[in-house]
Design a protein around this ligand. Structure first.
Ligand SMILES: Cc1cc2nc3c(=O)[nH]c(=O)nc-3n(C[C@H](O)[C@H](O)[C@H](O)COP(=O)(O)OP(=O)(O)OC[C@H]3O[C@@H](n4cnc5c(N)ncnc54)[C@H](O)[C@@H]3O)c2cc1C
Length: 390
């Protein structure tokens, strides 16, 4: 880290604004190619104020949101493997993923569509097969159950740290606890101002997560930041819910237009805290200012998650270990934005609006951002994620 370096105006080839999920991978892919890169992060790396904290993020390929994401996911899986091979540390953990919902739900229809189009292995489980393989689940008889065996989760904090460490090994400068207050395009590049100084760069990449709208006031209306909650629960019996015995899962509750999801209980020796099995509700929370998030948990937020567990996975809940807040940055269509910012002569590049489903893509987004900055284009199919759709 270079936080003690004297403050002076310094020039970089590329400056990355925000070193969280996407920014960490972006710094790595840039530095690896020998360019002079500076990543600036307002907090520590990683931290709990943004969108990446919380021990685990689901990764899956039979993408119900949109089949066009699948080629990017193929590359994301490869890139996570490359990070593991380079560092000798695991970030991807295969658990299998159960999808449960009505036959006609967007979840089940979308999973089938992507799996069919891209030959992704999924298995339909009968009620009998589900109870034989995963007796922990109790779902209504008219629900369909699909299993994606190659899905699992990524450890987000570890992945971010590994990318930043590798970026530094390749010569990247990373500054933490330094807040960017604004940027301005000049005739020859971009000037970035922070609470500690000023920098110039040929290009900047904005990977500012929930703060993207604050740094792009003209686009702020495209981003709705919402406060989300998640919980770690202590099960009545440990073994059936442990990593190795229990899958990741996603349930489209027919009674509510939204999705519950969860993970096995992860051993803290290998994964750190919190203790217990994690559950979340993928439905927009209340809009919030990322600099003024109410971190206090409401009783109804806890009871919502307990009720879902009691309904679909009875036995998974004996007590609540802890709950936390996290931020989604939602675009109007809940698809990402990966593009040049119009009117900036391709000097400003944006990776934003990950709408609660972006982490699994961080490894490919880093590569795409480096492509756009260094080659002015990418071979990866991101046409559907362009700015012009808004
Ligand atoms: C509860 C929850 C569950 C989720 N589950 C999943 C899942 O299972 N699978 C999945 O794929 N995705 C999941 N996601 C989504 C995923 O975590 C996000 O899409 C992803 O982390 C977004 O990455 P980001 O880089 O945009 O944001 P962040 O990781 O938050 O990074 C942005 C960074 O920019 C920094 N920054 C911003 N402004 C400034 C500034 N002015 N100066 C300096 N630094 C600045 C911030 O401090 C931050 O570190 C989940 C998200 C939440 C909240």
């Amino acid at each position: 880290m270079t936080n003690s370096a004297p403050l002076q105006q310094t020039h970089y080839d590329v400056l990355v604004i925000g070193v969280g999920s996407m920014g960490a991978a972006t710094c790595y892919y840039l530095a690896k190619q020998g360019v002079k890169v500076l990543g600036i992060e307002q907090f520590d790396i990683p931290h709990e104020q943004g969108s990446h904290a919380g021990q685990s993020r689901i990764i899956r390929k039979a993408y119900f949101e949109h089949p066009d994401y699948v080629p990017l996911l193929e590359r994301a899986y490869q890139n996570w493997q490359e990070l593991e091979a380079r560092t000798g540390h695991h970030v991807y953990f295969k658990t299998g993923l159960l999808y449960l919902g009505l036959h006609e739900s967007d979840l089940i229809k979308g999973v089938r569509e992507s799996a069919l189009k891209y030959q992704i292995e999924i298995r339909e489980l009968s009620d009998w097969q589900l109870s034989a393989a995963y007796p922990q689940f109790r779902v209504p008889e008219n629900y369909t159950t699909l299993l994606e065996p190659d899905a699992g989760f990524i450890s987000p904090e570890k992945a971010i740290l590994l990318y930043v460490e590798q970026a530094i090994h390749y010569g990247a400068a990373i500054r933490t606890k330094e807040k960017i207050s604004g940027w301005e395009q000049t005739r020859t590049g971009v000037t970035v101002s922070t609470d500690k100084g000023q920098y110039t760069a040929d290009k900047i990449i904005l990977t500012a997560g929930a703060w993207a709208g604050k740094l792009l006031p003209g686009l702020a209306s495209r981003f709705t930041v919402t406060r989300q909650t998640l919980a770690w629960m202590i099960p009545s019996e440990w073994k059936p819910y442990e990593y190795g015995h229990f899958p990741c899962w996603v349930i489209a509750d027919a009674a509510k237009p939204s999705i519950y999801y969860g993970f096995p209980a992860l051993p803290v020796g290998a994964f750190g805290g919190p203790i217990g099995l994690k559950i979340g509700h993928h439905a927009h929370g209340n809009p919030t200012d990322p600099d003024a998030v109410n971190r206090k948990i409401m009783p109804e937020e806890e009871s919502n998650l307990i009720e879902a567990l009691n309904q679909f996975i009875p036995g998974a809940y004996a007590s609540t270990y802890t709950m936390k807040t996290c931020l989604y940055t939602n675009t109007p269509d809940e698809n990402f934005i990966l593009d040049f910012l119009p009117g900036t002569d391709n000097r400003v590049i944006l990776a934003a609006g990950f709408s609660g489903h972006g982490f699994k893509f961080a490894s490919v987004v880093g590569e795409i951002m480096a492509d756009l900055a260094l080659k002015g284009k990418t071979e990866l199919p991101i046409g559907f994620l362009g700015m012009e759709r808004f």
